[in-house]
Write a protein that binds this ligand. Structure first.
Ligand code: SF4
Length: 382
């Protein structure tokens, strides 16, 4: 099978993991891409606001671990496919020269052992850096359970590393995997990575991200977002992503082939679409924590610890805090403006810039259209 054929299969098998941890600032970008399950090229928005295409692939699909939510877990009956380090490096290098790709994201199922898998990822990155003198973006997934020396090697070549935390606690993790230990295989490497990339350390420029699987265990949104808050404030993680558990993806992963992936018997009776909406609400709430200055205690959780699936969390917060509104467009601080439903950093900046050149006397002075006005208007006054 040629490299492109392998990439097609591996991208279908990675459908369960399409939250796309690819350096984007726009929450709308986090909606799942590649729904046909066939694309290993992803449109991304870079941290600096640019746009481009990234190659994202697994190196191999047959996993030695037993995560119950994952169609790639051990003992599943499907065609194993693996890329070699040389193969993926040369394929990517040629493609990025022809099509101007902005980077590569390499992940993998655990192939025989965590360290051997890490070696494969690191070898591909090293070939790109040393042989091809590639200076662009390389994101490597840290394989759970790998050694600290494997992380050190990855730090040498990667622009960004990620470790999937999956769930907010060891108790939840124990319900999903018996092969792995939450503290030893996930939290210890994450703490190590955090120390190695702290301000003033040699690898301070390497970004760290992580990801939760949503809906595979019975954790609530408060637990997930409290854990997110700790990752941001305590461990220097730059971004956290969410990937909704998708029932039945195992069966759909290789069209036209007989696959014997048994549907995991997980918690609750929620549908995949409600998991996707939950993923979307988590992104909205995470955005409030990371960009809008909300504290975890301010997020509008329902009595069961979940976010509402029906309403945007920022709107829920505004409706629960009528004493904070209306805000004067001419006097409100940037921090307060960011609390208004519909007003994001760009609009807050625009309002403040406009009033520097004179009092805002009409909503038309700042060019607010009817759509935004219908969301924000009742929370603002002139
Ligand atoms: S380690 Fe990753 S690829 Fe392997 S079963 Fe768990 S989630 Fe799936």
């Amino acid at each position: 099978m040629d490299t492109q054929g392998k990439l097609d299969i591996l991208s279908r098998d990675a459908q369960y993991d399409l939250s796309c941890a690819c350096a984007t600032n726009n929450p709308a970008e986090h909606r799942r891409r590649g729904n046909d399950g066939s694309s290993w090229l992803y449109p991304v928005t870079t941290a600096s606001g640019g746009a481009g295409i990234m190659l994202k692939t697994l190196m191999g699909n047959r996993c030695a671990n037993d995560c119950r939510y994952c169609p790639l877990r051990e003992n599943q009956d499907f065609r194993p496919v693996a890329l070699g380090a040389e193969e993926v490096a040369s394929f990517f290098y040629d493609l990025q020269r022809k099509r101007g790709l902005i980077g590569i994201f390499l992940s993998s199922a655990v192939l025989s052992s965590p360290d051997k898998t890490m070696q494969l990822l690191v070898d591909a990155a090293r070939i790109l850096r040393v042989r091809y003198r590639y200076r662009g973006f390389i994101h490597l997934k840290v394989i759970p359970g790998c050694s600290l020396s494997a992380i050190d090697e990855a730090l040498t070549y990667a622009s960004a590393l990620s470790i999937n935390i999956e769930v907010p606690s060891a108790d939840h993790f124990a319900k999903l995997s018996t092969d792995q230990d939450y503290q030893r295989d996930i939290m210890a490497p994450l703490h190590y990575l955090s120390g190695q990339t702290a301000v003033g350390m040699p690898h301070a420029k390497v970004g760290i991200s992580s990801q939760f699987i949503v809906g595979a265990s019975d954790e609530d949104d408060r637990e997930i977002l409290s854990s997110v808050s700790d990752l941001y404030s305590g461990l220097g993680v730059g971004r956290v992503y969410f990937s909704a558990y998708q029932r039945g993806l195992g069966e759909a992963s290789i069209p036209g082939e007989q696959v014997a992936v048994k549907e995991p018997d997980l918690f609750g009776a929620e549908t995949s679409s409600s998991h996707l909406m939950r993923e979307h609400r988590l992104y909205q709430a995470e955005w409030l924590l990371r960009t809008y200055g909300f504290a975890i205690q301010e997020l509008p959780f329902l009595p069961d610890g979940r976010l509402s699936l029906e309403k945007d969390p920022k709107l829920m917060w505004a409706e629960a805090n009528p004493h904070r509104f209306p805000l004067s467009v001419n006097r409100a601080s940037r921090e307060d403006l960011l609390r208004v439903p519909g007003i994001g950093p760009a609009w807050a900046t625009r309002i403040i810039a406009t009033r520097r050149s004179g009092r805002i006397c009409s909503i038309h002075d700042i060019g607010m259209g009817p759509r935004l006005l219908s969301k924000a208007g009742r929370y603002l006054t002139l």
